[in-house]
Ligand binder design. Structure first.
Ligand SMILES: [Fe+2]
Ligand SMILES: [Fe+2]
Length: 170
C-alpha cells in the first residue's frame, strides 16, 4: 500500500513519470524489432532480434505489473530519447546495403544504443524503487534489467565472433 504522503512526494511522482517514459519506449522498441530482424543479413542476428522481441513483450507486461503494484494506471508518455535512438536505427538501415555484414554491424550498433538506454533507465529506476521501499517494483525492474544486460552481451558476442570481421572484409 502506498501512503498518501508517498503518493504526493516529488520523488515518487518523478519516478512514475519516468516509468511512463519507459513504457512508451518499450512499446516503440517492440514495433521496431521485427523491422530490424527483417533487415538483418545473418540468421544469428535475425534470431537474436526475434528472441528479444518476445522478451520485450515480457518487459512491457512487467512494467504493467509495476504500475499496478503502485496503484497507477499503465500509460506511456513519449520518450524523446528512445524516439531519437530508433530514428537513428532506421537511418543506419537506409545507409547500409541489404545482405551485407556492414548492415549487421550497423544494426548491432543501433541495437546496443537501445539496450544501453534501457540498462541505464532500468538500473536507476530499480534503485529509486529500492529507496522508496517499493519492493515488488524493484524486483520486476531488476528482472528486466538482467535481460537487457544479457541481450547487450549477446550482441557483443555476435559482433566479436564473426560479424565485425566479415564486415571489414567486404
Ligand atoms: Fe526492454
Ligand atoms: Fe532491450
Amino acid at each position: 500500500m502506498i501512503s498518501d504522503k508517498m503518493k504526493n512526494s516529488d520523488f515518487h511522482k518523478f519516478f512514475i513519470d519516468e516509468l511512463k517514459d519507459l513504457y512508451w519506449a518499450e512499446n516503440a522498441v517492440l514495433k521496431e524489432l521485427p523491422k530490424m530482424q527483417e533487415a538483418a543479413t545473418s540468421e544469428e542476428l535475425a534470431e537474436s532480434f526475434a528472441k528479444h522481441h518476445e522478451e520485450t513483450k515480457k518487459h512491457i507486461s512487467r512494467l504493467e505489473k509495476v504500475f499496478e503494484s503502485l496503484g497507477e494506471k499503465a500509460e506511456g508518455v513519449k520518450c524523446e530519447a528512445m524516439a531519437g535512438i530508433l530514428k537513428e536505427g532506421k537511418s543506419i538501415i537506409e545507409d547500409t546495403t541489404k545482405d551485407t555484414m556492414t548492415r549487421d554491424a550497423g544494426l548491432i550498433l543501433a541495437a546496443q544504443k537501445i539496450e544501453h538506454y534501457e540498462i541505464a533507465t532500468y538500473g536507476m529506476l530499480k534503485v529509486f524503487a529500492a529507496h522508496m521501499g517499493h519492493k515488488e517494483a524493484e524486483n520486476l525492474l531488476a528482472e528486466t534489467l538482467d535481460n537487457e544486460k544479457a541481450t547487450n552481451g549477446t550482441l557483443t558476442g555476435l559482433a566479436e565472433r564473426f560479424i565485425n570481421k566479415q564486415a571489414v572484409a567486404e
